[in-house]
Design a protein around this ligand. Structure first.
Ligand code: SF4
Length: 234
């Protein structure tokens, strides 16, 4: 495709993603950041949030903070006692081992338990650094970058992957990481948080895995799947 046509195509897709972002804000509002100054805590909280609900992971994090006086104590603790503290969050055995290992690795790399140096690193480096820990994938790294470092990245979880695939704005990527790569250049300026949070809200409330409720969806006119269903009368 000639460059001018490619540019025009890219501009059309970005404009479409911007319309989707604004429609979602009209439906769900514009979320605000509530960054945690403790980046180690943010990373631990994000690990605890993997494969469980916000309520359960929030409870597990609270219990962990209550049980131990600081991250140094968690680092030195027996894995079983970490596991017992975070049990309400699910997958406690795996997560306890990972959290302890990550704390030890942070100390080995930095001489302490502080990830504040990441604030001065470019976003790509932040993501790569965090992905270097066992149990930290692109989504977890991008969540820390977005929510706690204020970076303009759109993490892709299972809801975002499914909804974006149905919208058809970046084709139908097979993996969440492929959706992540395709989506990053399309987020409207200063709207990464809004797009991420509201795609999840849409995925939970309307664009459900089995039966998307297209007739009541705020972005149906921008959605390939929704338009296809209207044409077929579904
Ligand atoms: S129109 Fe349907 S498929 Fe498209 S985003 Fe909305 S609920 Fe999902």
């Amino acid at each position: 495709m000639p460059r001018a046509a490619r540019d025009a195509d890219g501009a059309r897709i970005r404009a479409r993603v911007e319309r989707i972002t604004l429609l979602l804000e009209g439906e769900f509002g514009r979320p605000r950041r509530r960054p945690d100054p403790d980046l180690v805590g943010s990373l631990v909280a994000t690990i605890l949030s993997q494969n469980t609900s916000d309520v359960n992971s929030g409870r597990a994090y609270e219990l962990l903070r209550e049980r131990f006086s600081g991250w140094g104590e968690v680092e030195r603790a027996n894995v079983r006692s970490i596991e017992a503290a975070i049990r309400p969050g699910g997958l406690a055995k795996i997560k306890a081992r990972r959290i302890k290992a990550i704390l030890r690795e942070i100390r080995a790399q930095t001489g302490g338990l502080d990830l504040g140096f990441l604030r001065k690193r470019p976003t790509d480096e932040v993501i790569e650094y965090l992905r270097g820990f066992n149990g930290v994938g692109t989504k977890t790294a991008a969540c820390v970058a977005l929510f706690d470092l204020g970076r303009e990245v759109v993490p892709v979880d299972t809801h975002v992957h499914r909804v974006v695939g149905r919208l058809g704005v970046v084709g139908h990527p097979k993996s969440r990481d492929a959706t992540y790569e395709a989506l990053q250049p399309l987020a409207p300026s200063r709207r990464a948080l809004s797009l991420h949070v509201n795609l999840i809200r849409l995925g939970r409330a309307v664009c459900k895995p089995r039966e998307p409720r297209c007739p009541e969806c705020p972005v149906r006119l921008e959605c390939d799947h929704g338009r296809g269903r209207s044409r077929s009368g579904a």
